[in-house]
Ligand binder design. Structure first.
Ligand code: AMP
Ligand code: ZN
Length: 118
């Protein structure tokens, strides 16, 4: 069973933000912003590549609710899903980082020069 499946089954403890039958949101153990929450489907999908469209629709509604619960829906926030090797995905159970609580940085994502690609 993967790390986040163990968190869903409560085999590994986590700090709950919101939960329903299909989705779970909990505080990231190593926050990179004042608010840093992970939202996941309880069912295991390796990454965003694998989630069916109907489940993704419900996932989006759940994340809208989580942002409201966190009180960041009006101040603004970012949703990030790291996918695969280049995406820097460490946990192979689809998760969305919901980060906010302060003005977020925005910058270059790669050392490679974007001009070399177009
Ligand atoms: P990613 O690099 O997108 O796969 O992100 C994995 C995230 O999971 C990182 O931000 C970690 O800090 C977080 N993480 C790892 N283990 C735990 C845990 N036991 N509880 C909460 N967050 C975790
Ligand atoms: Zn899993």
């Amino acid at each position: 069973m993967c790390l986040f499946c163990k968190i869903v089954s409560k085999e590994i403890p986590s700090n709950t933000v919101a939960e329903n039958d299909e989705f779970y949101a909990f505080h990231d153990i190593n926050p990179k912003a004042p608010v840093h929450v992970l939202a996941i489907p309880k069912a295991h999908y390796d990454s965003f590549n694998d989630i069916p469209g109907d489940v993704m629709g419900k996932m989006g509604i759940f994340m809208q609710e989580v942002a409201k619960t966190l009180g960041i829906d009006q101040s603004g926030y970012r949703i990030i899903s790291n996918i695969g090797e280049n995406g820097g995905q460490e946990v192979k159970h689809l998760h969305f980082h919901i980060v906010g609580g302060a003005k977020l940085h925005w910058g270059h994502f790669a050392d490679a020069d974007p001009k070399d690609f177009f």
